[in-house]
Design a protein. Structure first.
Length: 179
C-alpha cells in the first residue's frame, strides 16, 4: 500500500495540485467567512456586551456547529497542505537520488524549511540538467541517465562545467562544436 502512494507522489502533477489546493482553500475560507459573518452580524452588540460584562452568551446549537464546522474544515485544509508538502519533498528527493526517508521525515517535522533546505542542497551540489539527479563527485557523465555533465578544455584538459564559455584555467574560448 505504501509503495502505491510513493508511486502516486512521484507521478503527480504538483503544479495542478497546488493550484487546486489554493483555489479550494480560498473558496472555503471566503465561503465560511461569509456564513459566519451573516450568522453573527446581527449579534455584534451581544458580543460587545459580553466582553464588557463577562456574562454568559447564549449560543444556539447551530452556532456551535457552525464554528466547529469551520474549525474542522480548517484542520482538513491544514492536513491537506502538510501532505502536499510531503509529496513535493518526497518527489524532489527521489528525483535527486538522495535519501527519501530522511527528507520526508525532515519535511514531516520542519515542513517548508526542509523543502527550502532540499532545494538549497540541490542548488549548491548541482544537478543533472536532464534527469535532476545530484551530481556525484567529479564524474563527466550522469550516473543515472548518461548525460554529459562536464567538458574538457581542448588546450589544457581542465574539466569544466558543461555551460562554460571560457576555460577557467587558461582562458581559452570554448566552442560548442568542440565539445
Amino acid at each position: 500500500m505504501l509503495e502505491k502512494w510513493k508511486q502516486r507522489a512521484i507521478k503527480m502533477n504538483l503544479k495542478k495540485a497546488v493550484i487546486f489546493f489554493l483555489i479550494t482553500s480560498f473558496a472555503a475560507a471566503i465561503g465560511f467567512s461569509a456564513v459566519l459573518y451573516s450568522n453573527f452580524h446581527g449579534r455584534i452588540f451581544e458580543w460587545e456586551q459580553f466582553a464588557e460584562e463577562y456574562k454568559r452568551l447564549n449560543m444556539s446549537a447551530g452556532d456551535l456547529a457552525l464554528i466547529a464546522g469551520c474549525g474542522i474544515i480548517g484542520i482538513i485544509i491544514g492536513i491537506w497542505y502538510w501532505l502536499l508538502v510531503l509529496a513535493c519533498v518526497y518527489r524532489k528527493s527521489y528525483r535527486m537520488g538522495v535519501n527519501t526517508a530522511f527528507w520526508t521525515f525532515a519535511a514531516l517535522i520542519f515542513n517548508l524549511a526542509a523543502l527550502a533546505v532540499l532545494y538549497l542542497y540541490a542548488m549548491l551540489k548541482g544537478t543533472c540538467t536532464n534527469c535532476g539527479r545530484v551530481r556525484s563527485g567529479s564524474g563527466k557523465f550522469c550516473d543515472r541517465c548518461g548525460n554529459l555533465l562536464k567538458k574538457e578544455c581542448p588546450q589544457c584538459r581542465q574539466a569544466l562545467d558543461i555551460s562554460s564559455a571560457y576555460c577557467s584555467n587558461c582562458g581559452k574560448k570554448l566552442d560548442e562544436k568542440e565539445s
